[in-house]
Design a protein around this ligand. Structure first.
Ligand SMILES: Cc1cc2nc3c(=O)[nH]c(=O)nc-3n(C[C@H](O)[C@H](O)[C@H](O)COP(=O)(O)OP(=O)(O)OC[C@H]3O[C@@H](n4cnc5c(N)ncnc54)[C@H](O)[C@@H]3O)c2cc1C
Length: 614
């Protein structure tokens, strides 16, 4: 009996532990933008360097973050691009790294990825010291494809192109005899270009055909300056396609300067001779299938959850700041400012407040700079073993790449502006824009979504309504509300919008009918609504992680502990759990003792020959 009770206790503990392990295994953000079937080589910290260093092709690599709205919006175009240049793989491949994954922090830090999405080129057989060449400019598929061609040409200029790459430059002084002695093939194609040869169609044709090498003949460009060849092959109008045979035979075709047209021409030409040539990959726009769909999403009623606020801080410090190689100068000042504001106004649980306070104190020792890795260590020490994999509650999206961190960040800053306004209702001594300035600094230097950051800074520095124009903490609350609404309006219906949480002009009229009357916003009512929603006593604690025994590996989920006046730290809860366990053990021991005593007592009873108790 005693043995069975003990077994039961250990089984219960084991179950609790397995649940904790399961919870621990759920990452804060998943990489879900690309499928394995997309022609994108997905790499991580373990295989990135070994993969790109060992290849004779160059690389175009997107460093992205699965929560970043612009990365989500850009993903279909990137997939389209990868399909579009699938045939170029012998020369250049397309890859991707998800910097939102914790394990990739060192990789993204080493390659100095400061904003998402960042696209970088890497040469063939790159070495570990090369950080790659960042590509800026339009994110349109054509534009990126053209820049891939430019990069390949640049590799020839820098003499880094391996010998098997096709020559993209036009013939210079070479004669046709030179070509026959250079190539072993029995056919060569010359692409005669019009005077304006700045277009990419001929270089794309060379790249598209190269996938079939050596079965396909080499293609060389000839520009309009080579009058000798134009005359020799009787080319009457440009552009043209001249098919040469080693025997001296030649045929001239008129062509259109267009990639798709050229693909068709070349396919037709080699259809009968080479089966492979027919299989030219189509550029397709893939519709994304959701990988995981959460069944339940946040109800329409506005609720602020502490789990979202803590989740945002955990990701902001543990990931966004820690991913920096070096934090110095203005970046360090901005970081300290934010931590200072959090230390004074974050209405969190004692445990998180202690963490922030410790972080602030320890960061004071760094006057000029701190490395990202060192900051990560400070953060871990400040956390002191507290749980770090908080799940999103209100900010949980209907798919893992929706909502999450940016939602948590907005929520945190709204909460801070409200907390500040409530602490300094009529205080003319305080800086009214303190929280907004701290937010601006963080968004400018640390928020990974590069476009979001630029847009926000534009708003913060907008001549007509900069954050400096804010005259009171109350106005700061309203400034942020209005700024957030501008973003909502701009990105409504983008691919990054969660269909289960459409971008609206906040608050929804059913939540606050008095906030908008006849389509006109009433700031008085909006302010009251925001204060009520974001003030500490209304913050909901559903889904918060608390620590159980043992401190580091165990965790459990609590439902709605009232915050505000009564706050429970993870230490408090751990203590309760420990007391519970010890009490259960004592109870078990007492029960065992009673059972043993009873048995002895029964054995000691003496009976007479008639079976009667003596
Ligand atoms: C500073 C910043 C700038 C951004 N810029 C861009 C950008 O340029 N392009 C882009 O694609 N994405 C941008 N994002 C991300 C984007 O705004 C959303 O955060 C993301 O799409 C997730 O949206 P969501 O549905 O969770 O709601 P979010 O917009 O993140 O809102 C979170 C919660 O805040 C509340 N809320 C909404 N509006 C208001 C308001 N006006 N006032 C007070 N509370 C409100 C709601 O309860 C909502 O659930 C930005 C994020 C931040 C933090």
């Amino acid at each position: 009996m005693c043995e069975q009770l003990m077994k039961l206790l250990f089984l219960t503990m084991g179950f609790q532990f397995s649940i904790n392990l399961l919870v621990d295994a759920i990452p804060l953000s998943n990489s879900v933008l690309y499928k394995d079937s997309d022609p994108i080589v997905q790499m991580n910290v373990a295989d990135f360097k070994s993969t790109i260093m060992a290849t004779s092709n160059a690389w175009l690599i997107e460093f992205y973050s699965s929560w970043c709205g612009h990365c989500i919006d850009f993903a279909p175009a990137f997939i389209q691009l990868a399909n579009d240049v699938k045939g170029w793989e012998k020369v250049i491949k397309v890859g991707a790294v998800d910097c939102a994954k914790d394990e990739n922090i060192p990789l993204c830090r080493d390659f100095e990825i400061m904003g998402y999405p960042t696209i970088k080129f890497f040469p063939a057989f790159t070495d570990a010291t090369q950080l790659g060449v960042a590509r800026t400019g339009s994110k349109k598929v054509d534009s990126i494809r053209f820049s891939m061609i430019d990069y390949i040409e640049q590799q020839f200029v820098e003499k880094k192109a391996p010998p098997h790459w096709p020559l993209l430059g036009p013939l210079q002084n070479e004669t046709i005899d030179d070509l026959w002695s250079h190539y072993n093939n029995n056919e060569i194609i010359l692409l005669f270009e019009a005077v304006d040869n700045s277009k990419y169609w001929s270089r794309e044709a060379i790249m598209d055909a190269h996938q079939y090498a050596p079965h396909y003949p080499p293609i060389r460009r000839v520009n309009a300056m080579r009058q000798d060849l134009i005359t020799k092959y009787n080319v009457r109008s440009l552009p043209a396609f001249v098919f040469l045979e080693r025997t001296g035979k030649s045929e001239v075709y008129q062509v259109q300067p267009d990639r798709e047209y050229m693909k068709k021409i070349m396919r037709k030409f080699f259809d009968s001779e080479n089966e492979a040539a027919v299989v030219i990959p189509k550029s397709t726009h893939t519709t994304r299938e959701p990988h995981v769909v959460h069944e339940d999403v946040k109800p329409a009623k506005d609720v602020v959850y502490m789990a979202d606020l803590e989740g945002a801080l955990l990701y902001a410090f543990g990931h966004e700041v820690s991913i920096h190689k070096l934090i110095a100068g203005k970046e360090l000042t901005a970081l300290k400012k934010l931590i200072d504001v959090l230390d004074r106004y974050f209405p969190g649980r004692t445990g998180m407040k202690e963490t922030i306070h410790t972080l602030r104190r320890n960061l004071e020792n760094y006057k000029k700079q701190i490395g990202g890795e060192e900051f990560a260590e400070l953060w871990r020490n400040a956390l002191n073993g507290r749980e770090t994999n908080q799940e999103w509650v209100g900010c949980r999206g209907s798919r893992p790449n929706f909502r999450g961190y940016p939602c948590g960040l907005w929520t945190t800053f709204h909460t801070l502006t409200v907390s500040y306004a409530l602490k300094h209702p009529d205080d003319s001594e305080v800086d009214p824009a303190l929280v907004l300035q701290a937010m601006k600094g963080f968004i400018k230097y640390f928020f990974g979504c590069a476009h979001c950051s630029n847009h926000f800074i534009d708003m913060a520095e907008d001549e007509l309504n900069p954050i400096e124009s804010v005259k009171s903490p109350r106005q700061a609350v309203l400034w942020l509300w209005a700024a957030h609404n501008k973003v909502n309006r701009r990105i409504a219906s983008d691919a990054s919008e969660d269909p289960k949480a459409p971008k609206i002009q906040f608050p929804a009229s059913h939540n606050c009918p008095e906030c908008r009357v006849d389509g006109v916003e009433r700031e008085e009512a909006v302010y009251d609504y925001l204060v009520k929603l974001y003030s500490s006593e209304h913050i909901n604690s559903t889904g918060l992680l608390v620590q159980t025994f043992p401190a580091r590996s165990g965790s459990s989920r609590i439902q709605s502990l009232p915050l505000g006046t009564l706050s429970f730290t993870s230490y408090d809860i751990s203590l309760c759990a420990a007391i519970y366990l010890v009490s259960s053990l004592i109870l078990m021991l007492v029960l065992c003792r009673i059972l043993v005593k009873r048995r002895r007592f029964v054995r000691k009873q003496v009976y007479d020959v008639c079976g009667k108790l003596m």
